[in-house]
Design a protein around this ligand. Sequence first.
Ligand code: DOR
Length: 438
Amino acid sequence: MKSLLIRNGRLIDPSQNLDKIGDLFISEGKIYGVEDAAPPPDLQVLDAEGLIVCPGFIDFHCHLRQPGDEAKETIATGTRAAARGGFTTVCCMPNTNPPLDNPQVIDYILREAAREAVVRVLPIGSISRGRQGKELTDMGKLAAAGAVAFSDDGTPVSSSPLMYQALDCSRTVGLPIIDHCEDITLSQGGQIHEGRVSLELGLQGIPSAAEENMVARNLALARQLPGSHLHIAHVSTEGSVELIRRAREKGVSVTAEVTPHHLTLTDEAARGYNTDAKVSPPLRTARDNQALIRGLREGVIDFIVTDHAPHAEADKRCAFNLAASGISNFETALGSLMGLVHAGQLTLNMLIARLTADPAKILRHEKLGTLQRGAPGDITIFDPAKEWPVDTGNFASKGKNTPLAGTVLKGKVMATIYGGKLVYQDGAIKLTAFQGNR
Ligand code: DOR
């Protein structure tokens, strides 16, 4: 394997409070450091002047659609899209067909990933058999096969006794239980956030309480079960942030995540009956955006996930109430999040922490989310100031479903390195052979 020298970049690694201009040397697929290493003859060089060089992004929540929905995405296309977005580790949700509810399917994902993926794929097993919400899966066996967490995402765990059992299990298995918090008795038939826009469009609304009811129930259950690990998926409302904040203050073991779209977009995006803005949970209000950003800044929300949810053209080009929910997110995540940095709402270092060191904590995996010596050579290089138009025709993802199509984002991934190998590079950045002394 060739060695790689990334030169003159701004190295930002929140795991070690590092922020300095320098070089990074990757050898044998691992981060080697820089200082006195003698350059081997096959050394290749990436010039990162003016660019940020940081640990590869980690996405704890995405949908790769394999097995069963390969028309929407595959492990091959999804991981290429992830690489274009700067993600070197992605955790895929189990709402596939069949669902990831037994060790054989987990094993299938890992084997398929070994053959087809260009970044690391870590599967999330389902909480209930067949995602039917009735009977627990054998979490011990799923964990032994390689599952890194459990979720029935796409749907909530509506049964309180089942959620109680799942959280109880997390105490022995030692992995998080992720709930898609939605009280379906309140959300059923709903299309977008319940508010002014839903009224004006005549679409049935989904009240914030549909999420908050379930967040509150889950926190109450987790409080009864010290040592369990509850993780709240895609938090979307101000009320949920407050519930999580208070529970944490009382010592409940809960972690939480937020998506780029819930941080930056509102229900206004659904105007014109734009099905690309239909997502579950729905886009809320500017006030919710602000509460989520504050929650992320203060660490009440632990990290950012994409919830990359690719759909086929036919799933979206239809009546609003028939359209599938979800946004194809890998390739626009950094650009839209950088909007928060440019607006002074998040610091660059904090954004990088919430995409690297913070999600790494929930994964019991060899050194991820860090540039420390010996860690896997997973690196993202991006230009914080480069403006680019979102053209879904250039997406590696099969899912072209994004409300950001045609907008201009400021902040672009220029290169992604996974295990020391360049898996994505923008045309503007060139690999050259090493010449002369460093
Ligand atoms: O909008 C969503 N799409 N939310 C989910 O929870 C599931 C996802 C999907 O699988 O399409």
